[in-house]
Design a protein around this ligand. Structure first.
Ligand SMILES: Cc1cc2nc3c(=O)[nH]c(=O)nc-3n(C[C@H](O)[C@H](O)[C@H](O)COP(=O)(O)OP(=O)(O)OC[C@H]3O[C@@H](n4cnc5c(N)ncnc54)[C@H](O)[C@@H]3O)c2cc1C
Length: 241
């Protein structure tokens, strides 16, 4: 694990600026496994009780990008006022520096199967986006089913929409916008759990690994459904936040 300062080199915003894909150049390079997270800490800031503004953020880019271009990124969704997520989506700017510690976490691909199911909602997309892009980089998969849910189209990053627009025989995308209507490529539905029946049909009795990330209630619900059917615990990976 390393501790370094990192400078913001680029930021992509969703149309409503509630979601930001922030790219950093760390002073010290390191290696990580897609799915891991880092701690980000605002420099020169302390809450009145002296605590640092510091939170965990998953890495949304691949290790290849860090090794080849020295760039690492995370996708942050604003979830409170005055907190770290507000700082990262509303205040931080290109050229600013931040403390970065990591990598940490075990939400990683153990390659137990080459069939992959990704299910994420909101900011839960971040580690899934890295895992998904790593598979596309290496082309070492048999089948990917990717299920992603957001509330509004205004929350969507163009880079995510572009990356999740490649349906084929081996990659299937199920994209849900819970609060929108009339979007031809996106289904309107609140629960991404609705994709589970389709997933079980796609894989029949074949084994698949599942990566789940998002709100605890969604993760718990999906884990219960998967284990009730025939998915073994070793094949289910999750991160809740
Ligand atoms: C492993 C992991 C990975 C994650 N990855 C991501 C990710 O990729 N993207 C993402 O968007 N989120 C991610 N999260 C969630 C993230 O860590 C934050 O919980 C989220 O961004 C909300 O942070 P916040 O600063 O807005 O709120 P909090 O830090 O929870 O603060 C809540 C409120 O309390 C105030 N506050 C906090 N501490 C103090 C204090 N000491 N004194 C006074 N006021 C205080 C803040 O100002 C704020 O208003 C991840 C979480 C985990 C555990």
């Amino acid at each position: 694990m390393i501790q370094t300062q990192a400078t913001v080199v680029d930021i992509e915003y969703s149309p409503n600026k509630e979601v930001a894909f922030i790219y950093f150049k760390p002073e010290q390079s390191f290696s990580f496994q897609e799915g891991q997270f880092i701690f980000l800490e605002r420099i020169w800031f302390a809450y009145p009780d002296g605590k640092a503004m510091k939170n965990a953020y998953s890495i949304g880019t691949t290790n290849k990008l860090l090794q080849e271009k020295w760039i690492i990124g995370t996708i942050v969704k604003k979830s409170t006022e005055w907190g770290m997520s507000e700082y990262l989506t509303k205040k931080i700017a290109i050229g600013d520096t931040i403390n970065m510690t990591g990598p940490l976490g075990h939400f990683i691909d153990n390659k137990i199967s080459h069939n992959y199911v990704f299910m994420s909602i909101g900011s839960g997309i971040t580690p899934v986006f890295a895992l998904y892009n790593k598979l596309l980089e290496e082309k070492k998969f048999d089948h990917i089913v990717n299920v992603f849910g957001e509330r509004y189209k205004e929350n969507l990053l163009s880079s995510v929409v572009d990356a999740y627009n490649n349906n084929s025989e081996t990659i299937q995308q199920f994209l849900y916008l819970s609060q929108e209507k009339d979007l031809p490529d996106w289904r309107e539905s609140w629960y991404i759990q609705q994709a589970l029946d389709i997933i079980f049909d796609i894989f029949a009795k074949e084994k698949f690994q599942v990566f789940l990330c998002g709100k605890p209630v969604m993760v718990d619900d999906v884990v219960a459904i998967l284990t009730d059917r025939w998915v073994e615990k070793d094949y289910i990976h999750f991160e809740k936040y």
